[in-house]
Design a binder for this molecule. Structure first.
Ligand code: PHE
Length: 451
């Protein structure tokens, strides 16, 4: 355990890892339809505000705990608050990302299948029933779920630099290129401007309290907050890295990517004459339909766009799943003395099993319900509505009320060396102590009472 811990090679590499964690299914799948349903530009405005006033401070709280202790979630709590109840926060944030990883990799697996389908030439005659038939039949979703987790674990088992850093260095630029190509194509379709209007025209009448809570919830999910992934990545940052700049950079990239995805998807939806109320089925049901419709006019073009699109989803999902997996692996390596390989195998076993059960909940295990939900829905609901907000709440309380102010400032400003961070510190500290806990509590309670 006295072994020297690895570090990211540069601050850019750390930002790319965090941005990789942030950019995922949340951006491509959730953001476009939520924006559409909740008032377009008005929603984006609240989302932006939430990202910088609420989510960024939470992200910085996680970052400064991780970097200060050079430990994963569990070890960090043991170092900063030894033998206290805070260890449960450490424990919770080892478990939550693994639960997310389990069902996330099921969706990652679907994306692989859709990619393979696109390469093989399409979704068959009856494209509208493809999804329902595909998920209900256990073998293929299970196979691709397994493949997705294997890919995730393989990258993580190679370590911070040769695994995670190298993978993100290639995949993030690739992702941007892919999404820009798709967006350009989508914007060139006749009727695309309706989709653009849908995203940018602010409709403040749709900005109800629940839409505002949804914007904040989306921001949490998209920035991977409250489940220790940011904390864990920050524990591999160097002492001279600038936490404020890295956090702001991550939030910025995530935002840009969400907007690009919105402008890649919605114009195509409108061009195909479809109502965008599709919700969660947008990617796996509506889009293949659109691709097959476009295929009537230009088969090669539509097939290429479909291939690039599902490839983008696989890559985006992988950069996120890797960050979830790293939390568990860091725990086993740091706290239990496992080798990275052995830790990766253990995490593989656990998440594969839970994920397989989630996958089967669309078929043979459909009738198995927890609180009226299938296992897949339960895991999704539990983590994104409760564990992420609860974890975030505890992290801000920990930094704002448990840690010494001088220590927080010291880490935030790299021992006073970062002038800009020093000037921003009072605002940050105020947000963390008062604003963030109150707002997160409201979101948590509204999830509990209204959903
Ligand atoms: N931020 C990821 C996304 O947008 C999801 C995620 C959640 C990643 C929690 C890590 C931890 O898809």
């Amino acid at each position: 355990m006295a072994k020297r811990r690895e570090k990211f090679g540069s601050s850019l590499a750390a930002v790319m890892a965090m941005a990789g964690s942030a950019i995922g299914l949340g951006n491509i799948w959730r953001f476009p339809y939520m924006t559409g349903q909740n008032g377009g530009a008005a929603f984006i405005l609240v989302y932006l505000l939430a990202a910088f006033i609420l989510s960024l401070p939470i992200m910085l709280c996680e970052s400064l705990i991780g970097r200060r202790t050079s430990s994963g979630t569990f070890g960090a709590m043991e170092k900063l608050a030894p033998r206290s109840k805070w260890k449960y926060l450490g424990f919770l944030t080892v478990i939550s990302p693994l639960v997310i990883l389990s069902y996330y990799s099921v969706v990652g697996g679907w994306s692989i299948d859709y990619f393979v389908r696109s390469v093989a030439g399409g979704f068959g005659q009856d494209v509208s029933s493809y999804f329902a038939l595909f998920v209900a039949n256990p073998s293929r979703p299970l196979l691709y779920h397994t493949l997705f987790i294997v890919a995730t674990v393989l990258v993580v088992s190679r370590g911070i630099k040769s695994g995670i850093e190298s993978f993100n260095k290639i995949s993030l630029p690739l992702l941007f290129v892919l999404i820009v190509i798709i967006m350009t194509y989508s914007l060139s379709l006749p009727g695309a401007m309706e989709g653009v209007k849908y995203l940018v025209k602010p409709d403040f009448s749709k900005l109800t309290p629940s839409a505002i809570a949804a914007a904040m919830g989306q921001s949490f999910f998209s920035l991977s907050l409250g489940v220790g992934t940011i904390l864990t990545y920050a524990s591999y940052m160097k002492k001279q890295d600038n936490l404020l700049r890295s956090g702001a950079g991550t939030a910025f990239f995530d935002m840009v990517f969400a907007l690009l995805a919105g402008f890649a998807i919605m114009p195509a939806v409108f061009a195909a004459g479809i109502e965008p109320g599709a919700g969660p089925g947008l990617i796996f049901e509506t889009l293949p339909f659109i691709f097959s419709k476009m295929g009537l006019a230009s088969p090669i073009l539509s097939r290429s766009v479909s291939i690039l699109f599902f490839l983008a989803i696989v890559v985006a999902a992988l950069t996120s799943s890797i960050s979830m997996c790293e939390v568990g692996v860091t725990y086993l390596v740091d706290e239990k003395g496992f080798s990275r390989k052995k830790a990766s195998i253990v995490i593989f076993g656990a998440t594969w099993l839970l994920g397989a059960l989630c996958s089967l909940s669309f078929g043979p295990l459909e009738q198995f319900k927890i609180l009226g939900k299938t296992l897949f829905d339960f895991c999704d609901h539990l983590t994104s509505d409760y564990l992420m907000t609860f974890g975030s709440l505890l992290f801000v309380i920990f930094v704002g009320w448990k840690m010494k102010k001088a220590d927080v400032r010291d880490e935030f400003t790299n021992g006073g060396r970062l002038g800009v961070s020093g000037r921003i510190f009072p605002v940050f500290y105020f947000l963390v102590r008062y604003v963030a806990p109150a707002v997160i509590l409201i979101i948590f309670l509204s999830n509990l009472l209204l959903k």
